[in-house]
Design a protein around this ligand. Sequence first.
Ligand code: TRP
Length: 433
Amino acid sequence: MSTTRFLTGITTTGTPHLGNFVGSIRPSVAASLTPGVQSFYFLADYHALIKCEDPVRIQRSTLEIAASWLAAGLNPEKVTFYRQSDIPEIPELTWLLTCVTGKGVLNRAHAYKASVDKNTAAGREHDDGVTAGLFMYPVLMGADILMFKAHKVPVGRDQIQHIEMARDMAASFNHLYGEHFVLPEAAIDDHVATLPGLDGRKMSKSYDNTIPLFSSRAQLQKLIGGILTDSRAPGEAKEVEGSALFQIYQAFATPEETEALRKAYADGIAWGDAKHLLLERVDQVIAPMRAQYEELIHNPARIEQTLLAGAERARALATPFIRELRSAVGLRSLVQASTAAKPAKAAKAALPAFKQYREADGKFYFKLVAADGRLLLQSTGFDAPKEAGQAIAQLQKDSAALQTLAPRLAPVDGVEAAEVTAALQALAEAAAA
Ligand code: TRP
């Protein structure tokens, strides 16, 4: 199977701005439409708690970010779009990873080190004002990524270290307990522009120089009017180099349009006219999405429903996987046969299996057992072994056969349908590999 799985998270502390659109939302939506790609996008609201203690802001930001992504064309039928805090398996995995992560590794995380350096420079105690949440940030992020076996993680350069840490956590865990995790890689797109903000520095909420993505047209006009320019008069040639206005225009315009503006700069276009061109060009892209956004943001129930449906799909993977991981580390039933943590063995044992057998009643049965030995499916009795074999073959081929075979299956307590489906898919994938 050649599907590549992409996963990325968006921390829910702010209002999306044009820089987020150009740097993350637009390329992610485009990537999600590529054939052979499976995408997981989620709202990292547990991460938000690390930086933000304002519950109203967290909730509002979650709504705005979800509405922005959907308005920008993210199709929740095609991608798995969910809210981190709807997946209780993620904090559970965080703990398992915490126990295989060196404290020294976390000491070296850039964000944590920056806080320590700042304290040291100010003559304060090392960890002054640093929460354990900030310290643990990379482990929570590792759980986000490893839970869904992501191959590629599209992030900004400032996040590369976190992906490398996730990779190390996966490798340590696999080494100790068998091959359970995929080793992820950062995906950095060098073609994606970093947008300058109103003052010419990188557009970022920490610089307070942003243009919100879904400003009204009037607001947009006002903000664009405030973009820093030099004092060259109309008729004087202007520099495109270092012009925030030009760079923002370029991020929204075609190459031909960009060339035309470059020429207009050389010909001495007035700043007022250039700002007008920028307003029109940006608004042309934003206006159709803005209508969508307005509709969504006034309908939080619909977004809530979309996110819950996404969480359900995500959990169909996370629930059986965390069960497998718990069992791998030894958090398992006392009656289950103990297996040593031999990586090679564990890797092989990590697949569910069909078992066929004959009962005292003379009939032929089969069952599906999970990697950890738990019963997932139990058939009723067949008259001939061939019939049982055919039923197994059908299930191995397509988990949809569960429906047609339902009358031949006996209920199994405490097993969710999603888990059975996931087990069958894992078998099909292993067979195809
Ligand atoms: N730390 C990321 C950021 O600030 C957000 C994030 C949280 C994330 N979990 C993730 C990104 C998992 C990628 C994968 O941008």
